[in-house]
Design a protein around this ligand. Structure first.
Ligand code: SF4
Length: 358
């Protein structure tokens, strides 16, 4: 069995159906070969950075994602605990990095949770089991903003269990993808469930607020050139949303990393996005704005508070922060020079961002 090979009869049917005046997309997938949960062996040697898997698959159905085409399965808290104990005993780890693609889906019965309501009990049990191993710190790799706010008691409760606080911040990678409500509706409507695409900006802002209040810091990833379908106005909506977050929540802690579109998942027949060939200067603007945010807010304001676990961690964090502060402005200058070389339209985008969204 090769879990990375799609079966010959692998196929995805997308069916459109109407509920009231809304159009929904049902995705029916024949899965890859997959081992049963009992056939997935526990780790026997320590894993990198104390990372342990707690689930496979996702179920939110973003069209640009392969993970969601795999069947959704959760590891029991006992299995997770056993793997963390290997990392503690053999690797000397004092923390556990919890791998999932959306931690807030853990334990969810997808057949009954039509609106992706998180299963708080299951998540609490999982994190209690993790902390019962004696680790000092734990954080999930990925989670959705909608999942973080869908149950207002969830993140506060998990933070209490994991002892999150000003000196024990919880990092989590969240897909921001785009500020465009048009694109989010077209490519990732279920990423927002139980909310709707027209609520996307509110979800992002509320998500940042909730996570930060409970000592979690989201590291956002964005997709540039999504399905080669991005129009200038989509890019400006992204730039505007980041700028609004900064203005409305000046103490907000988040980073934003733009990535270019890769054709996988339901979009595997699309073309790669080639930024060098693209004539839309707004994409340069998205990169410019995200880096300006990371420099002005991430590096200069809150990065000093993160990554300080143990004496070695403190030393590394101090060295890295010093380097980032002194060199962090370099990419902005490089992008400005690139815009000058490309011409007036590119320069105008940079000028507009500086005037309106700085
Ligand atoms: S929420 Fe993340 S893991 Fe889940 S389908 Fe969307 S992109 Fe994939």
């Amino acid at each position: 069995m090769d879990p990375f090979r799609k079966r010959k009869d692998f196929k995805v049917d997308i069916k459109e159906f109407k509920r009231g005046d809304k159009t929904h997309h049902g995705r029916f997938v024949n899965f890859w070969d997959r081992p049963d949960l009992d056939d997935i062996p526990n780790i026997v040697e320590p894993s990198m950075h104390g990372m342990v898997e707690v689930m496979r698959g996702c179920g939110r159905g973003c069209k640009f994602c392969d993970v969601t085409l795999r069947s959704l399965r959760y590891y029991s808290p006992e299995k997770v605990k056993k793997e963390i104990e290997v990392n503690i005993k053999k690797g000397g780890m004092d923390r556990a990095w919890i791998h999932s693609d959306d931690i807030f889906v853990y334990g969810m019965d997808i057949k009954t949770s039509k609106n992706m309501e998180p299963n708080r009990d299951a998540l609490e049990d999982l994190f209690k089991a993790i902390m019962s191993t004696g680790v000092k710190h734990t954080n999930p790799t990925h989670g959705t903003l909608s999942g973080a706010i869908a149950d207002e008691r969830l993140v506060p409760s998990l933070s209490k269990i994991t002892n999150a606080g000003p000196d024990n911040l919880t990092g989590i990678q969240c897909g921001f993808e785009t500020g465009s409500t048009r694109l989010i509706e077209k490519y990732a409507d279920r990423k927002l469930a139980p909310y709707t695409p027209d609520e996307w900006h509110w979800v992002v802002k509320e998500g940042v607020k909730t996570l930060n209040e409970n000592y979690w810091i989201p590291a956002f990833t964005l997709i540039m050139g999504l399905d080669n379908d991005e129009q200038p106005e989509d890019g400006w909506e992204t730039i505007r949303l980041i700028s609004e977050l900064e203005r409305e929540q000046p103490e907000a802690m988040f980073t934003a990393t733009p990535l270019t579109f890769v054709p996988i998942g339901l979009l595997e027949k699309s073309e790669f996005y080639d930024m060098g060939q693209d004539n839309d200067p707004t994409q340069l603007g998205v990169m410019y704005k995200t880096w300006q945010h990371n420099f002005k807010y991430g590096i200069q304001k809150f990065m000093t508070k993160t990554g300080k676990h143990g004496a070695a961690g403190k030393l590394k964090a101090t060295a890295f922060n010093g380097l980032a502060r002194s060199l962090g402005g370099v990419p902005l200058g490089a992008m400005e020079r690139y815009a000058r070389r490309k011409g007036r339209e590119h320069e105008r985008v940079i000028e507009r961002i500086k005037a309106e969204y700085w």
